[in-house]
Design a protein around this ligand. Structure first.
Ligand code: A3P
Length: 323
């Protein structure tokens, strides 16, 4: 088990007997970051997060006014949390005032559903300002039923697989240096491409939300990190329209974009120092924030392996990443 792990998501001492029984019935594999991962409803999960997913499926009740941010880890979750919070609550918290994002890490403003549920099944989100914003990493088919059956909105953000992989690679090595030290990147890329990687398979996750967004565009909005980076204002307005808080002609979107930019958030004391309640250092969520940063970490041949897999998996879907 992950001995030096600081995050509650990697600890397995709080697993209930019910979760242990479930784990014993699931396919399992040795993994990177966690010594043992389990395949639940098609995805490979760490034990604690798997407990969180099951609790969330059983207990979470969505409201029609909720906004659910769904992402694969390291795809821009922190950025979207900041943007959604700033957008939805912009009249309550004007950017010109003492904005909560200046003193609070975005992860403390927008809860991680299965992350909170991994600690206790009794989580209440009633203290959140309305409309509530919550985040998840689960696949579309593993979402709690009420998220799918209610009128709540789902914003899905994905990122090109090479940058996403590299971002997770560095994040994991910082989170659990001992457990990841001996694991070669070549093996990690191979496991990632086979789909046997924490949270994976990545491509199935993206495709599910992609097809859902095409089938039901009023329910699921598909956003990419790359488009958000290239034309932030356009994309932020598109997100605002989708969640029902579109901008009037007089309103400026640029202030929110600036507040939530990598440059602004990563410099704030609250995001540079200390740890979050999940045990993760606040600054772990802000590394480079670039498109194409994978070049520093992946050799050309490893990049090609990921590109080939992406091409194969996304063929015929209409989805493409050019970086
Ligand atoms: P890098 O590791 O490539 O720098 P997540 O929030 O899903 O965990 O993803 C983390 C990635 O998003 C990291 O990528 C991080 O630097 C980047 N990121 C965090 N905040 C950002 C922001 N405001 N704008 C752009 N990228 C951001």
């Amino acid at each position: 088990m992950a001995s030096s792990s600081v995050s509650v998501y990697l600890k397995d001492e709080n697993l209930t007997q019910e979760t242990r029984d479930l784990l014993s019935s699931l396919p399992s594999e040795k993994g990177w970051l966690v010594s043992q991962m389990y395949q639940f409803e098609g995805s490979w999960q760490a034990p604690a997060l798997l407990q969180g997913i099951v609790n969330c499926q059983k207990h979470f009740e969505a409201n029609d006014s909720d906004v659910i941010l769904a992402t694969f880890p390291k795809s821009g979750t922190t950025w979207l949390k900041a943007l959604l919070f700033a957008l939805i609550h912009r009249h309550k918290f004007p950017v010109s005032g003492k904005h909560p994002l200046l003193v609070t890490n975005p992860h403390s403003l927008v809860p991680f559903l299965e992350g909170d549920y991994c600690v206790s099944p009794e989580v209440k989100f009633s203290e959140l300002p309305s409309p509530r914003i919550m985040q998840t990493h689960v696949t579309h088919h593993s979402l709690p039923v009420s998220i799918k059956s209610s009128c709540c909105k789902i914003v899905y953000c994905c990122r090109n697989p090479k940058d996403k992989f590299v971002s997770l690679w560095h994040f994991g090595r910082k989170l659990a240096p001992e457990e990841t030290a001996e694991y070669p990147i070549e093996t990690a890329v191979e496991a990632f491409c086979e789909g046997k990687f924490i949270g994976g398979p990545f491509w199935d996750h993206v495709l599910e939300y992609w097809y859902e967004s095409r089938k039901n565009p009023n329910k699921v909005l598909f956003v990419t990190y790359e488009e958000l980076k290239k034309q932030t204002e356009v994309e932020v307005k598109r997100i605002a329209n989708f969640i029902g808080c579109g901008f009037t002609a007089e309103e400026e979107v640029s202030e929110i974009v600036k507040l939530c930019s990598f440059e602004s958030l990563s410099k704030l004391e609250v995001n540079r120092q200390g740890k979050l309640p999940n045990g993760i250092e606040s600054n772990s969520y802000f590394r480079k924030g670039e498109i194409g940063g994978w070049r520093d970490t992946l050799s050309e041949s490893l990049a090609e392996v990921i590109d080939r897999t992406t091409e194969e998996k996304f063929r015929g879907s209409g989805l493409k990443f050019s970086c």
